[in-house]
Write a protein that binds this ligand. Sequence first.
Ligand SMILES: *Cc1c(COP(=O)(O)O)cnc(C)c1O
Length: 432
Amino acid sequence: MNFISTRKKQTVNYVDAVLKGLADDGGLFFPENVPSDNSFLNSFCENSFQENSFEIAKLFFPTIPNEDLREIIESSVSFPAPLSQLTENQYVLELFHGPTLAFKDFGARFMARLMNYINKGESSFNVLVATSGDTGSAVANGFYGIDGINVFLLYPSGKVSEIQEKQLTTYGKNVTSLEIDGTFDDCQKLVKTAFGDNELNDQLNLTSANSINIARLIPQSFYYVEAIKQLGENHYPIIFSVPSGNLGNLTGGLLANKIGFDVYKFIAATNSNSVFTEYINSGVFSPRKSVRTLSNAMDVGNPSNLERIKFMFGDNLELTRKVIFSDTYNDEQTLEAIKEVYNKYNYVIDPHGAVAYNALTDYAEKNNLNNYAGIILETAHPAKFKDIVEDAIGINVELPLSLNECIKKEKRTIKLDKSYDTFKEFLLNSKL
Ligand SMILES: *Cc1c(COP(=O)(O)O)cnc(C)c1O
């Protein structure tokens, strides 16, 4: 299986697709031909989460020996994605049972293990990640303790929550946390400048681990299949409601659909950063600066995976709309949803899942759906957004054990100013 750039000027094998991240023509990699008649579809209901994930991964990485691929899957898909039922028609798919309590663990762990497999410990790589929260901790956790791969996390000093900061700064070993005196944009600019700096690249083997890497996208199809499996036999039509920012999670679902799993509709639920909703509804895409919301992991003004979605549908809006519906909700509506889900169903949902709950509920109502299986993707543990959730429903949200451990650890960072020269000098002196 080769991977083609969404701008169609480059086709590479999986090794190059994973190591490069972005194609030379500026496009994103996508599987060249996604096989759609797959025999394991007949038996997926009897398979374990790991077994199905292995079968899916094999479609995209057929040249990796089974034994090795199985090992990658077993160590990355190492926690469950249970379905919790709210009503006769509505379910929550809990994607927060991984080590950093957000769905990004699936992608980050798989990518780290695949990169390690490709590298076989032979050379040393340096992974640079700018983060404003969830991505950084998932990537750090994914690569933690892997020989030959050094991770540098850049985060804006004083601009992440206390819990997030602990999750970013308590690893050690091959993970170095750089506390940048600047904004998230400054961090991102430092990383981008480093990737474009030939002198630096000649001396250091730099790799990006950001969300556009194909190795993060493919595992995000696994849990859609796991959700369909848990529904059992008689629950059609299936609707997935996906809290969306960069649209990587949604694209993972589209991939599951493309390999043969029937889905009636995908709902892309956005917060006030609604450029994708506007695109679906009007055909006009106008990227702009993001605004801050309560569901901050979705605060994206220029969603990178739109390019993949357009590529999948041949840039045909009518075809896209057959599969994807989108709607947008503001912070007030998000808080209302957190309250409603708690009061009606005694379920504590996080702000991201709450946006998806709103979108699903309204969609079903407007379309008079009585018999459907609506699945809300709950992308983060509510305790990651403790203050917001506690304010909304007035109860104490317990931190899970793993977060409790991490909070007790000491923060370790290196403080740098936001100038590129300082950052470059630091990297060159790190003797990697
Ligand atoms: C990243 C993230 C999202 C958005 O996912 P995309 O793939 O960027 O659309 C939603 N919720 C949480 C908790 C996240 O961390």
